[in-house]
Structure formats: C-alpha cells, structure tokens
Design a protein around this ligand. Structure first.
Ligand code: ADP
Ligand code: MG
Length: 263
C-alpha cells in the first residue's frame, strides 16, 4: 500500500520536565511494496514512528495516509487488520499451537495453516510435536526455542495476510546464525507487502528499497544502502559501529562495500 507520512510530531509528557520530542517533524513517502528499513541509535524514535501507523499512539500533529486516506478515517479494527506485526517479544498463550497461530482470525483452514507453517519453515518442528498442531504450548511457550517462537510469529503474520508488515527488531534476540535461518522466511513474508523493518543487524536490510536513518526524532537521510554508504553520513557511521560490534555480519557484502564499511 502507498503510505504517506506528513510532518509527524510525537511528544511524550508534553509541558512536563520529562518532555521528549520523540518525533520532530517526520515526512516520508513509501510506495506500494517498498521494503523500508529504519535505523538509528536507541531512542531515536524508530518504535514511536511505527507505533503511529496502527494508532497504538496518536501524534501531536501531522498525519499518516494509506492509499490517500487518513488513518483516522478508518475504523480502528479495519486499519489494524491491514497491518501485521513481527516483534521481538513473541507472546505465546497457554493453549494449543493451532490456537496460538490463528487467534483473532476466523475460518482459518488447515490448508492455510499448513502453508503458513511451510513458509515459516516450521513444518518439521510441528511434525515432531506429540500432538502436532493440537499440542499444548504451556505457559510462555517454554516448549519452543527463541528462533522457533520467532517463526511462530512469522507464521501468524502469514495467516493475517495483511498488506502492511511491521517488524520491530524482530530478530534481535537471535544470534546471527539463527537469524540467517529465518531470513528466507522473512523475505518470503515480505513479498507483495509494504514492509517497515526496524533493523538491529544491518545484514538483514541489504534488499531495502529505502533506508530511513533517524537521529533525535528527525529523519537525517533516506536512500538505498549504496546511496547512503556513498553519502558517508549517519547510515555509513552506524554501519561502521555495527561492523565493529558484529564483524561477521558483513561477510556477504560486496568487497568494495566491506572495505568502505571497515575504513
Ligand atoms: P527507538 O525505538 O529508536 O529506540 P523510541 O521511539 O522507543 O526510540 O523512543 C524515542 C524517545 O522517546 C526516547 O527518548 C524514549 O526514551 C522516549 N519514549 C519512548 N516511549 C516513551 C513513553 N511511553 N513515555 C515517555 N517517553 C518515551
Ligand atoms: Mg525501539
């Protein structure tokens, strides 16, 4: 879907001593099917920005339009049905795996569940469970590893089949190796959707059509990875920090980029 974000301001605790201008005039234009990666230091406003889309928060001013329509003109349920979330903290209810996958949805067929499990690379795991989809997950889903929970969250997003996908540091709890394993599932999930990914490791955003680099509630720069590396501004700087913290993550980068990043 086409998303236009116009001059958004979000201020927490306005007028108090603890006032924070979390978004200080953010404007973005996102075409249908774009993969938007949002990067920036902790506290730069990334989560605030994406939480405004499903109206988990209201801005002090500015607006968000989806396909030309202000999000305040949608019924809330209708707006939220267009958006699927994959987040870091995956909530697993003490219920069957099936109900964990389909909660909030009606008339989900076994075939649809099978497809979602396949796309999220969970088919084998489910086959090994004592009662398959009817296995009870137990409190907090202790049955599953971090990577499996992340995949369950991806399968949920497949089943929701929403045109807008939001991932907020979705894979940050995983190590690079586990992240690499679910990368294909994420790429599959993103197909045909407009995606916002708040990226923790930059290796996941090489295919982003637009990188949004934020600092102090302001969009400092936007562009593709190549454009922003050449520009040598905030994104290039964050990439260098990233390369220091996670040296292995750039092993798939083109040689000249790797050199540039480490320079
Ligand atoms: P990021 O996701 O980039 O780390 P956030 O959007 O979470 O950034 O936070 C942006 C700024 O707003 C930070 O200074 C943060 O401390 C502040 N902030 C976030 N949520 C709240 C809140 N509920 N109340 C007050 N301040 C908040
Ligand atoms: Mg955040």
């Amino acid at each position: 879907m086409l998303i236009e974000i116009k001059d958004l301001y979000k201020i927490y605790n306005e007028g108090k001593e603890s006032e924070v201008r979390a978004l200080d005039g953010v404007t973005l234009h996102i075409d249908r099917g774009e993969f938007v990666a949002i990067v920036g230091q902790s506290g730069s406003g990334k989560t605030t920005l994406i939480n405004l889309l499903p109206r988990f928060l209201e801005p002090e001013s500015g607006r968000v339009m989806i396909d030309g329509r202000d999000i305040r003109d949608f019924r809330l349920g209708s707006l939220r049905s267009r958006i699927a979330f994959v987040t870091q903290d995956v909530v697993i209810f003490d219920d069957t795996l099936r109900n964990n996958l389909t909660y909030g949805l009606e008339n989900v067929t076994d075939e649809q569940i099978r497809e979602a499990l396949e796309a999220a690379s969970l088919t084998e795991m489910v086959a090994e469970l004592p009662d398959g989809l009817d296995t009870r997950t137990g409190d907090g889903g202790s049955l599953f590893s971090g990577g499996q929970k992340q995949r369950i969250s991806i399968a949920r997003a497949f089943l929701r089949n929403a045109p807008i996908l939001i991932m907020d540091e979705a894979t940050s709890a995983l190590d690079s190796e586990s992240e690499e394993k679910i990368k294909d599932a994420l790429i599959e999930l993103m197909k045909g959707r407009t995606t916002f990914m708040v990226a923790h490791r930059f290796s996941t955003i090489e295919h982003a059509t637009q990188i949004v680099a934020m600092a102090d509630g302001v969009v400092q720069e936007t562009g593709t990875r190549e454009e922003l590396l050449v520009k040598n501004g905030l994104f290039a700087e964050l990439s260098r920090l990233q390369a220091l913290e996670h040296p292995g993550d750039f092993s798939d980068a083109p040689a000249e980029t790797a050199t540039e990043v480490q320079a």
